[in-house]
Design a protein around this ligand. Structure first.
Ligand SMILES: Nc1ncnc2c1ncn2[C@@H]1O[C@H](COP(=O)(O)OP(=O)(O)OP(=O)(O)O)[C@@H](O)[C@H]1O
Length: 804
């Protein structure tokens, strides 16, 4: 399962560096360049490099500091380009020959190609295709995102007809749902909707608290024009999805690496929005009449279909909610449906239905989150909801970055709230019965916009990254009945706080693009989804194995994390230093895998403890209940630790701090203050924030998260300090005005006959020194903030903030 490699014929062309042009045979320079870029997965750079007249012969001499000038923006692209240049410089021609086609390659046979790799990769690249901007990728898709007429599903109608008794049983609904879905899978050969419950036959826990669904969009016209392959296959019989990643070995042999994932449901490119609704939201709609808070969110790379998927869902949900409200049980209860639509952009809230008015979030005495100023609209029909959605979408923030010209950089949250009108003399106003939130998250790769661009973009990227990480943690905590939900991790999770409390249901729809060029982002999206689902109590073992196996393969190919700059790196204690490194005065890399490989398990624990709870006293650090669970020989790779005693090909996940339910239950919910968290020198820490040990551990679940965790502290601190500087300035202006009033008064007094000049002088002196002190204080604060910004910039530029 997973991790299988399809070996193909070697494709190397061993030629000397200076002979590249000759080795390229009769190829034009453009074709050589295109082939090189394609082999490195950098085909999108062909246009900017051609526009900058960078000849392929000059490519080997391109310096890293010039990358940005040629449109190479992301860290990932820089790394790829660097590796490509290294390959070329070593006198090796990057791979270019076709290989055996995999069975799933649709367009290979259609286009008469006899290989998996596209013509560009084989050398017969048409440079004209590189003019990407001349192709409209929306043509391939219907103009509107809400194209299908809604047909209430038979199962939903069955519930409605039945009158939906107040003792609603999710279980019976589920069985109906399953029957319907099974019918769909069988009756429509072009569609693939499969759910895990189809296979299991029944659900024993009613509607799952968390459901993770993946939707693949069709390949679009732009991708077809670039002759990109569809690299995702879906097996509807077992809800599995395989990503066929084209790769090239060091010896330039091309091969395809398979990554297999299993989710609760996988939806292929033929599945309609209506079916998406039936698989995801429809089962949870009735629960919101029972005080449940439901959340449905779409996660994925820009352009993967999040908005296309999310937009119709509230419409379908409204229709079903309205139908339920008409049922005898609810008809007389005076229920009303209210809608609000806002976005979180750069950590701030804006009302999308009220001219993007800035909103404030407050907590009331009962710790209920309240968004001050948010407009809510009563809705009574679907058309109105549609109008509001369109209006809100027009107000959404978009940004321009190196990778995509326009993409959503905000989280859009549409909430439908069922309220009960007050009865009789009740003056308390409407009471909330239940709520469903639809969240169109920012493009997941936006979290990687932390290394380049301007400060604004970097901060936005960091905020997105932080919120996606926090969201994942909250969902995990929810599913594990963890007492403490770390919703304070980001604005997004704070806003969703009441959705995480009490009885709740969450559906995550991971949207993926099928084209080869999106492979890395697709894998990131699926790994995120896998992590969300991976620790679910309802999770089945098959999925664990497959994802583990996938991870195992990926481990060998993932590039090492960039080092943290010395001045900002948390200090690893001497006792965890490698002996040789210590002799040379060097520290081993900040790489948990290194410690594991070198049998330094204790050192790894210390490292984790040091990083997680820097500053705690030693006894607290070592008393964390992690050590005793740890196996003697483990391998840490992305997503967990795996037992190396097992068969190499079937590693079993054996340890992951705080992820295992047992671990969590044993853990005492001790609180550590935010001050105990890692912090770079000079960067202020957030006060009065609490983080449980359990949640802190759950964040340190891979080397990526480890570094991420460290940097989150900086981002929080910077964002907070920004607010503090602005309010300090505001206060300074107010103080100055007060002082000016005092000065005017002094002037007025001194003008009076018989005034005492000595008194005037001493008072003026006092007033002026207050004025000067205020300015000096503000300047000191500004200088400190500037320094912190600079530090954060260094951290970002060295790649410390990576996409999760
Ligand atoms: N399942 C699908 N079937 C047909 N067209 C689709 C599908 N999914 C997405 N599309 C089309 O793909 C394009 C990009 O989709 P969409 O705007 O929803 O992406 P997104 O993930 O929301 O991107 P962003 O994060 O930038 O907002 C749109 O033109 C949309 O119509």
């Amino acid at each position: 399962m997973g991790g299988q490699m399809e070996q193909n014929a070697p494709v190397q062309h061993h030629v000397h560096h200076s002979n590249h042009a000759a080795a390229a045979g009769t190829d034009t320079g453009d074709a050589v360049m295109a082939r090189w870029l394609q082999s490195a997965g950098l085909q999108h750079l062909a246009a900017p490099l051609a526009a900058a007249a960078l000849d392929h012969r000059l490519l080997p001499s391109l310096l890293m500091q010039d990358y940005a000038r040629y449109g190479v923006q992301s860290l990932e692209d820089k790394q790829k380009l660097f590796r490509l240049i290294k390959t070329i410089s070593s006198g090796v021609e990057p791979a270019s020959e076709p290989t055996t086609p995999p069975p799933f390659s649709r367009s290979a046979s259609q286009s008469g190609m006899d290989g998996f790799l596209s013509p560009e990769l084989r050398g017969d690249f048409d440079p004209g295709l590189l003019d990407l901007h001349s192709i409209d990728d929306t043509e391939f898709f219907p103009e509107t995102s809400i194209p299908e007429p809604f047909q209430p599903s038979p199962s939903f109608l069955a519930v409605v007809e039945k009158g939906f008794e107040s003792e609603y049983e999710g279980h019976s609904m589920n069985i109906k749902q399953q029957t319907k879905l099974q019918g769909l899978s069988v009756s429509s050969p072009h569609r693939s909707v499969s759910t895990e419950k189809d296979r299991n036959g029944s659900s024993n826990s009613g509607i799952a608290r968390i459901k993770v669904v993946v939707r693949k969009r069709p390949i679009n016209k732009k991708e077809l024009a670039r002759k990109e392959e569809d690299i995702i296959t879906i097996k509807d019989t077992d809800c599995s999805l395989t990503v066929h990643e084209p790769k090239v070995k060091v010896d330039l042999t091309a091969y395809v690496e398979k990554h297999e994932f299993v989710f609760d449901a996988v939806l292929d490119q033929y599945v309609s929005n209506d079916e998406v609704y039936r698989t995801t939201v429809e089962p949870i709609v009735p629960t919101i009449f029972q005080r449940t808070k439901a959340t449905c969110f779409a996660y994925g790379q820009t352009g993967s279909g999040k908005t296309y998927t999310m937009q119709p869902l509230p419409l379908r949900a409204t229709q079903d909610i309205m139908a339920l409200m008409q049922q005898p049980t609810y008809r007389s209860q005076g229920l009303q449906l209210w809608l609000s639509f806002f976005e979180i952009y750069g950590g701030k809230l804006y009302d999308l239905l009220n001219e993007r008015r800035k909103l404030c979030m407050r907590e009331d005495g009962r710790q209920q989150v309240c968004i001050v100023g948010l407009q809510e609209y009563r809705v009574s029909d679907v058309e109105l909801v549609k109008e509001y959605i369109e209006k809100g979408n027009l107000s959404r923030s978009t940004g321009s970055t190196g990778a995509n010209e326009e993409s959503s950089r905000s989280h859009a949250i549409l909430q439908l709230v069922i309220k009960k009108a007050p009865e009789g003399n009740d003056t308390k106003g409407n009471r909330v019965v239940g709520k469903i939130s639809f969240i169109d998250l920012a493009g997941s790769e936006r979290g990687a916009d932390t290394t380049d661009n301007d400060r604004q973009t970097r901060m936005e990227g960091a905020e997105i990254n932080k919120s996606l990480l926090a969201l994942k943690e909250c969902i995990r905590a929810l599913d594990n009945d963890q007492g403490h939900i770390p919703f304070r991790g980001s604005k997004l999770t704070e806003v969703l706080r009441d959705s995480f409390m009490g009885d709740s249901r969450t559906v995550m729809i991971s949207c993926v693009s099928p084209n080869a060029g999106s492979c890395e982002h697709t894998l990131n999206t699926l790994r995120y989804a896998d992590r969300v689902k991976g620790l679910s109590k309802n999770n089945n073992s098959k999925k664990d194995l497959s994802s583990t196996a996938s991870t195992q393969r990926e481990m060998t190919s993932s590039p090492p994390l960039p080092p943290i700059p010395a001045q900002l790196a948390p200090q690893v204690p001497e006792h965890v230093l490698d002996n040789r490194a210590a002799e040379n005065g060097r520290r081993p890399p900040l790489d948990p895998g290194w410690y594991v490989q070198h049998g330094e398990r204790e050192a790894l624990n210390n490292l984790l403890n040091e990083h997680t709870f820097a500053g705690r006293d030693a006894s607290r650090a070592t008393s964390a209940p992690v050590e005793k669970d740890r196996p003697s020989n483990v391998d840490m790779s992305e997503g967990g630790l795996y037992d190396l005693h097992e068969n190499e090909n079937e590693r079993v996940q054996v340890f992951l701090p705080s992820r295992r339910k047992g671990d969590r239950e044993e853990k005492v919910e001790r609180h550590v203050s935010r001050d105990d968290m890692p912090k770079a020198e000079g960067v202020p820490r957030r006060q009065n924030e609490q983080l449980t040990i359990a949640s802190a551990y759950s964040r340190v679940d891979s080397e990526v998260d480890l570094v991420q965790f460290n940097h989150e502290g900086h981002i929080n601190a910077i964002l907070e300090e920004e607010e503090e500087v602005i309010s300090a300035h505001r206060k300074e202006v107010e103080d100055t005005m007060e002082i000016v009033r005092e000065e005017m008064k002094l002037l007025a007094e001194v003008d009076q006959p018989g005034s005492r000049i000595d008194r005037y002088v001493s008072q003026l002196n006092y007033v002026l020194s207050r004025k000067a002190a205020g300015i000096v204080n503000l300047q000191a604060r500004l200088a400190r903030f500037q320094r912190h910004l600079k530090e954060q910039e260094i951290l970002s530029r060295t790649g410390g903030l990576r996409q999760i």
